[in-house]
Design a protein around this ligand. Structure first.
Ligand code: NDP
Length: 287
């Protein structure tokens, strides 16, 4: 295989953002209010500041409005809850993004559960997760949604395909498996207790890995001609690497995502998609 098998996440993300930007303009032209995405950051974790900054910038680039609330590192859970409730009640706000993880005195899960499901751009509230399992329209977590978009744009056949999803987090692995099931794939959900992980992966037509273990998935895990999606982001002495040993697996794969430049850029693009979707979901409620 040549480098033609590399899935360019940056280019696909740029396309998605171009589409969202166009649809935001059409939405506003049709007489609807400019969509508003509110971000909440508790504390001063430098990585979270960078993430939120980039989400805010991209929101504005899409033609939507970003409003930002910053609470000090020693903010109480009551203060965070109060802010979320206030944003839930504010009919000008369409989306609420609570940047995780918050400092230890804050229960991330409890705070996420307070977000109005119609404004849940991360798709992590119990109502959003329930809708996803039921196959009903609703907000879907950004990274698995981004992987679905990549597979669609790469014309990967999902109907009847065997897919191994490695990782079972609420943020990625579980919603990923649900989306694939709805697309009629046969899904094997693997995790740290899976008995024969290389064997499970080798049986799969598509291997999707989100474990947070640098380069753990080697050529031994992948059958010739499989599609490999690497969600992992690991900071190592060699720089940013994925969960897949890219150099070893790329020659075998029909298609593969690199790290960086693969799944990573899709997450923020799909967040933008979700912010506009939230504004549209709320439109009948407003009327
Ligand atoms: P979590 O730590 O929440 O979950 C990791 C999952 O991997 C768990 O289900 C765990 O199994 C499983 N796992 C860990 N070690 C092994 C192993 N040796 N063999 C098999 N399974 C294993 O992580 P996330 O899902 O949040 O993230 C995973 C990776 O994806 C990270 O590198 C993260 O940075 C990246 N990520 C990237 C995003 C992006 O935008 N590109 C977005 C989200 C995540 P068990 O349940 O049994 O413990």
């Amino acid at each position: 295989m040549t480098a033609d098998n590399i899935i360019d996440g940056k280019a696909i993300a740029a396309d998605v953002k171009e589409r969202v930007k166009r649809e935001v303009a059409e939405w506003i032209d049709a007489g609807n209010p400019q969509p508003v995405l509110a971000t909440i950051l508790v504390g001063d974790d430098p990585a979270s500041q960078v993430y939120v900054g980039s989400k805010r910038r991209t929101t504005e680039e899409m033609g939507m409005r970003s409003i930002h609330h910053e609470l000090p590192a020693d903010a109480t859970q009551e203060e965070v809850a109060e802010l979320i409730e206030q944003l839930n009640d504010d009919s000008d706000v369409n989306g609420i993004l609570f940047q995780l993880p918050a400092p230890p005195q804050i229960d991330d899960e409890a705070m996420t559960e307070l977000i109005d499901p119609l404004k849940d751009v991360d798709g992590l509230t119990p109502v959003s997760i329930g809708h996803l399992v039921e196959g009903k329209p609703g907000m879907v977590p950004c990274t698995p949604l981004g992987v679905m978009e990549m597979l669609r744009r790469t014309s990967v056949e999902l109907e009847g395909a065997n897919v191994a999803v490695v990782g079972r987090s609420l943020l990625f692995g579980k919603p990923m498996a649900q989306l694939l099931i709805h697309a009629n794939a046969t899904v094997t959900q693997c995790h740290s207790r899976t008995r024969d992980l290389p064997g499970e992966c080798r049986r799969a037509d598509i291997v999707i890995v989100a474990i947070g273990r640098p380069k753990m998935v080697t050529a031994d895990y992948v059958k010739e001609g499989a599609v490999v999606i690497d969600v992992g982001i690991n900071r190592t002495e060699d720089g940013l690497v994925g969960d897949v040993d890219f150099d070893a697996v790329q020659p075998l794969a029909k298609a593969i995502t690199p790290v960086p430049g693969g799944v990573g850029p899709m997450t923020i693009a799909m967040l933008m998609h979700n912010a506009l979707a939230a504004a549209k979901l709320q439109a009948p409620v407003r009327a």
